[in-house]
Design a protein around this ligand. Structure first.
Ligand code: CA
Length: 539
């Protein structure tokens, strides 16, 4: 009898140990998230301009999977962060725009569900959802957009001031948290950079990193939007018309210390003086601005790449690499001069597509790539699936786990729905929605003065400079895509047609075509009157 009792006790003890092991064996999740990082600036994506070499990010791709068509549902910062938290489109999670949305943190989010399942969670860096993070054991965030230098931050509700470059500070805070976290639980860390968001302020050690290289220009730098909707011509996000003195580093940021300012001036001042002497205008001015923009943007990305290298090295040193899923992504892509633009918002490829690469040793095939349409919308369910936590039925994405294992389901999505809302400030990008397939995009732009459709055909026109909507050759496609658009809207619980939003999410009725104002003339004034735009008005 005594032996039998001892045996039962032994079995029970083994079961407890096994359960503990199983819990400890759950994969850790490290989500490295950037703001406005675009595929054109990551060497692993092979852009023809070869803007920058990114060995850190390329390592994730080389040792894991590169997603070639990861799409966003609404191409701006706050809304995509709400989509990631909830696994739901803006019209379901209620966060439509950066201007006046506040995240309703009482919603079900993936961090809350992971925490309930025993994960230890943290978010460090840019948050940008206005309300405080919920579902995290630790948070240390930038208020709002945050600053590039010497940033004030908020640690679990308490203000704290840091000195240094924000990308480096976020990196060190992340590594420190990884080092100090409780070791008896799996972790989920959202390490979220501010960079390379406007105003693309570089780390001082990378000023002149490109040795005054001349960057190749995109073919569409001087796009005149011939045959396109008024929506495109009427934008306010052009290198020619919208960039400010601070965007162009003709003025220094206020957040620098006197010593930092000296270093800043050593690089920018002589170059700015040479620029002012030239008295550039027209296309020459746009070209100069493009070069300055590329120097600054790529320097910011290079700093993020150094951060990625540092964090991956820490995972190696600490023995965490093997059981940690590393995901690198961005809240959307960005225009690096294509169509004459900076910024994002549009359904066009550069800002619709966002980088995503995943390293998960022994699960995800090294050096693989995946061209199916996936989305940041899928991340909440993917994270839950990785952690073996049930996915709520009302989440609207799909777990990427089968794709990560190299076993894509036959019924993977072939089309995708997009809806952008924020108008008129800050960049006069008209609200629009549409359906995207591998080859086509059918788009509806709407507004008090606008009711236009476009069809893009990436096979015939990869640069997306031509509207095929009224062409006889494409009428069957237009009809098919209208049906598919209506199907997706119904499936996703979007009103059909969607409610008309203007700035502040106030609905409006479409006006008859005859009352619309005439399109503005091409070739607006170059850079006049916009350099005084207050920082607060910027996205
Ligand atoms: Ca962003």
């Amino acid at each position: 009898m005594r032996n039998a009792t001892a045996l039962i006790a032994l079995i029970l003890a083994s079961l407890v140990l096994c359960a503990r092991d199983a819990r400890a064996a759950k994969p850790n999740i490290l989500f490295i998230f950037c703001d406005d990082l675009t595929t054109q600036a990551i060497s692993a994506y092979g852009d023809s301009r070869k803007l920058l070499n990114t060995p850190g990010m390329d390592r994730i791709a080389r040792e894991g999977m590169r997603f070639d068509r990861c799409l966003v549902t609404n191409s701006i910062c706050g809304p995509m962060r709400a989509v990631i938290q909830t696994g739901k489109y803006s019209h379901r999670n209620g966060f439509y725009n950066n201007s006046n949305s506040t995240f309703d943190s009482s919603q079900v989010t993936f961090p809350k569900l992971l925490k309930q399942a025993g994960y230890h969670n943290a978010v460090i860096g840019k948050w940008h959802l206005i309300s405080d993070p919920v579902g995290f054991d630790h948070w240390h965030i930038l208020p709002g957009q945050g600053a590039y230098y010497n940033p004030p931050m908020i640690a679990n509700g308490k203000p704290i001031k840091h000195e240094g470059y924000t990308t480096d500070i976020i990196t060190e805070l992340g590594v420190q948290w990884l080092r100090d976290r409780p070791k008896d639980k799996p972790f989920m860390l959202m390490l979220q950079h501010k960079a390379p968001h406007r105003e693309w302020e570089p780390p001082l050690h990378l000023l002149g990193h490109d040795k005054d290289r001349v960057y190749p220009e995109p073919d569409t730098l001087f796009d005149e939007f011939e045959g396109r909707s008024l929506a495109l011509r009427d934008h306010d996000m052009g290198i020619d018309r919208t960039m400010t003195a601070s965007d162009l580093k003709l003025t220094a940021p206020r957040s620098l210390t006197p010593a930092q300012l000296q270093q800043w001036n050593r690089y920018y001042q002589p170059r700015n003086e040479a620029y002012l002497k030239q008295g550039l205008s027209g296309r020459d001015l746009v070209r100069w601005r493009y070069q300055r923009y590329m120097h600054d943007y790529t320097a910011c990305v290079k700093a993020v790449d150094e951060s990625v290298q540092r964090v991956l090295a820490y995972l190696d040193e600490s023995g965490l690499a093997e059981n940690t899923v590393v995901i690198l992504s961005s809240d959307q892509g960005f225009y690096l001069g294509e169509h004459g633009w900076f910024d994002k918002r549009w359904i066009f490829e550069e800002s619709l597509r966002t980088p995503m690469m995943v390293r998960w040793p022994k699960v995800t095939p090294a050096g693989s790539s995946e061209g199916r349409i996936v989305s940041l919308l899928d991340l909440a369910q993917t994270f839950l699936d990785i952690a073996e936590v049930p996915q709520p039925a009302d989440m609207q994405g799909r777990s990427l786990l089968p794709l990560l294992k190299g076993q894509p389901p036959a019924d993977w999505r072939k089309s995708f729905y997009y809806h952008y809302y924020e108008f008129p400030v800050p960049h006069r990008v008209r609200p629009h929605y549409g359906v995207i397939t591998e080859r086509y995009k059918l788009i509806h732009y709407y507004g008090p003065d606008l009711n236009d459709w476009e069809l893009l055909d990436r096979a015939q026109n990869p640069q997306e400079t031509r509207n095929f909507y009224t062409e006889a050759s494409h009428q069957d496609t237009v009809a098919e895509l209208k049906t598919e658009l209506a199907r997706l809207q119904k499936e996703l619980g979007e009103s059909v047609p969607p409610p008309r939003f203007t700035h502040g999410n106030q609905p409006f009725d479409n006006e008859p075509e005859a009352t619309r104002p005439k399109p503005k003339a091409k070739g607006k004034s170059k850079g006049k009157g916009r350099n005084t735009q207050p920082q607060s008005a910027q996205p």
